[in-house]
Every structure is written in C-alpha cells, then in structure tokens.
Design a protein around this ligand. Structure first.
Ligand SMILES: Nc1ncnc2c1ncn2[C@@H]1O[C@H](COP(=O)(O)OP(=O)(O)O)[C@@H](O)[C@H]1O
Ligand SMILES: Cc1ncc(C[n+]2csc(CCOP(=O)(O)OP(=O)(O)O)c2C)c(N)n1
Ligand SMILES: [Mg+2]
Length: 332
C-alpha cells in the first residue's frame, strides 16, 4: 500500500473527514478551508504524542487514536471553544492495514463524540509519532485563558484526579490489579473525556481555566503565574478516585492526583456565587482552594500548615533526578 492509497482508504474515506458545516475543503488539496462564523475567534492548539513518552509502544491502535484525539480536544475544552476540525500528522514505521483500520476507528469514535472533523494531515514513515492540531471556535472575547484568575475566586477541578497516572504501571505491564480496579484506571489513561460542556459553561463565568496535563500543581502554577495571583490549595480537598486508592494506597494516590498529570480535567477559578450555581448542575466538580493576592502556589496539609511542594509535574526537559532517570543523550 502506498502513501496515497493509505490516506485515501483510512483517512479521506473516514466519516469524520466528510466536508460540511464550517469545513469547506477537507482532505485532498494543499490546505483545508474553514469558514469561521462572524463574531467568533479561532482557537488553535497542537500536541505531539511520541511512542515511549506519551504512550507505550506497541499498544492498541484503537485506544491510541482515541487518546490522541481526546487529549488534543481537551485543550479546546480548556479555552471554552467548540471543536471545528483537526489535522493529523502521522509518522508510522510501516503501513499495516489492520493497525490503520483500528486506528481510524478510534479516531472516528472520538471525532463523532466531540463533533470534530478531520480536515487534513500528513503521513510519513519513521518511528511512531502523532501530531494533532485542533481548531475550535469561541465567541469573540469569551475564551477562557490562564490569565484571568482574581483574588476572592475559588479554585476548582472538574473531577477526580490521578487515575491515569496511577494506571501507568498497568499500562506498561509492570504491575497488575483485579479487573474492577484496573479497568477504571486504564479507561482514564486510554480514553480521557474532554470536558467540552464544562468549558462552554465556564465561558463568561470562570476567571481562568486550563486542562491538567502535566499535573495539578504544575498546571495551577501556570494559572498563578499568568494571572499574577497566589493559589492556595488544600491537599485534603483534592479528589482522589477510589480505584487509585485501592491500587496504590491513599498516599501514593494523592501524589498521583497532585503531580501525576495525564488527567485532562479542567482546573478553573470561579466566583463563589458561580460555584453555587455550578453545584446545581450535575458535574462532579470539586472546590480545592482559593485565589489570593500575591504570587505562586501554597499547598496546605490537613492541619492547615503549608507543605513544601517537592514534585511539580511532568517536564520533558527536567533535570535528571532519583525518581526520573535521565533520558539517554547523544554524544554524552
Ligand atoms: N515549539 C514551540 N513553538 C511555539 N510555541 C510553543 C512551542 N512549544 C510550546 N509552545 C507554546 O507554549 C505554551 C505552553 O505549551 P504546553 O505546556 O504544551 O501547553 P498545553 O499543556 O496546553 O499543551 C502553549 O501556548 C504552546 O502553544
Ligand atoms: C508510556 C507513558 N509514560 C509516561 C507518561 C506520562 N506522561 C508523559 S508526557 C506527560 C505530560 C503531558 O504531556 P505534554 O507533552 O507535556 O502535554 P501538554 O502539556 O503539552 O498537553 C505525562 C504525564 C505517559 N502518558 N505514558
Ligand atoms: Mg502542549
């Protein structure tokens, strides 16, 4: 199978690649064309997933495609944007029909769920790697940014945290657990659900928002820095899912929730009256802290004393430490 047959068979023919709505020109020309409704801004985000870094290799292509598209669409949710279209740059070691079929099915599944169309991409041969660019629309002036947190607001997260990080030994096959414990953790890793409806609800309400990819503390640090405020987080209020506690024990599950990353849930700041309004909706949102004047992050233990933050979050170029061995370097 050649490059163009591959594109035609698995991507151009996919239901999610059909033109329609704002997508005027999809796969097959030099660029895709999108018509943006007047009064709306375009939200754009790119993320790369590298085999062995962001997902294990080999892995199930049906799950890989779902994870790749979901984590990318999560950035649109974090801006309060509605998905329009995405591009897929796919680098593959070989063109295997069964692998591509399952991969395309995984894309279709999440694309249908999120209401996003495949507008184009690029296909190359090499070590397995995916880059997705997502495009979304948001009413002008209503995008949720990291910079709008205001003192007096409460800090909230859109659900339990740490399950995907807790799942990592299961994903890598270095540990096992009973199916009722393993299944919900693996589902959080492989099929995160972008919080699009929550992001939409937060437009014109939240001060600041982002999606947690690197870890709660690291990502809240981004809000504090961008907004020029201090965020106080009460550790006891950080929601940990029961399967993670069963699998790892309460202390390690809490460490996963605070700095494990891969959550793809929203963290946001909201005035107390909006938190009460949100509580009447059915989202499992948790208040974990507050916004104060000042700078940086403050983590409070159960007795109200400040805890030193030892582990921030995932950092691709972190200095080597005992917990995370150095990546092999060329010419080292
Ligand atoms: N190589 C790059 N060139 C330009 N901008 C970049 C590059 N890498 C990251 N960024 C930008 O830096 C910011 C932070 O990136 P990142 O932490 O990856 O965000 P996210 O967690 O939302 O994916 C984003 O605005 C992103 O677009
Ligand atoms: C096999 C495997 N090992 C480790 C991880 C953990 N991990 C890798 S990258 C990452 C952080 C998120 O990735 P990044 O590229 O920083 O995403 P972004 O913040 O740009 O959305 C995490 C938690 C993983 N997801 N899979
Ligand atoms: Mg990124």
């Amino acid at each position: 199978m050649g490059e163009f047959e591959l594109i035609g068979r698995y991507f151009a023919a996919a239901a999610c690649a059909r033109v329609g709505g704002e997508l005027l020109q999809g796969i097959g020309d030099d660029c895709a064309l999108l018509a943006l409704p007047p009064g709306e801004h375009l939200a754009v985000s790119t993320d790369t997933l590298v085999a062995g870094v962001h997902f294990p290799d080999p892995c199930d292509p049906f799950l890989l495609a779902q994870r790749a598209l979901a984590v990318s669409v999560s950035d649109l949710a974090a801006m309060g944007a509605d998905p329009l279209a995405f591009t897929l740059a796919l680098t593959l070691p070989q063109a295997e029909p069964a692998w591509l079929e399952d991969f395309a099915r995984g894309l279709e599944r999440v694309a249908a769920h999120c209401g996003i169309r495949l507008a184009g991409g690029d296909t190359t041969r090499g070590p397995l790697c995916l880059t997705l660019t997502v495009l979304g629309r948001v009413p002008a002036g209503q995008a949720l940014t990291r910079a709008g947190a205001r003192p007096g607001e409460l800090l909230c997260v859109g659900g339990p945290l740490g399950a995907a990080a807790a799942a990592l030994p299961l994903v890598l096959g270095t540990s096992s657990a009973a199916p009722e414990v393993a299944a919900p953790l693996l589902a959080e890793y492989w099929t995160p659900r972008p919080q699009l409806a929550l992001g939409r609800w937060l437009r014109e309400r939240a001060g600041a928002a982002l999606d947690i990819s690197d870890g709660l503390l690291a990502d809240c640090g981004h809000i504090a820095a961008a907004s020029g405020v201090r965020l106080v987080i009460e550790q006891a209020r950080v929601p940990c899912p029961a399967p993670a506690k069963t699998f790892l024990g309460a202390e390690r599950a809490l460490a996963c929730a605070c700095s494990g990353g891969d959550d793809y849930r929203l963290a946001f700041t909201l005035a107390p009256e909006h938190v009460a309004e949100l509580a009447r909706e059915v989202w499992p949102v948790s208040v974990i802290g507050r916004v104060e004047e000042g700078a940086g992050l403050c983590l409070l233990g159960p007795d109200g004393d400040e805890i030193a933050i030892s582990q921030g979050g995932y950092n691709h170029f972190a200095e080597p430490s005992a917990e995370r061995p150095a990546a092999p370097r060329r010419n080292a």
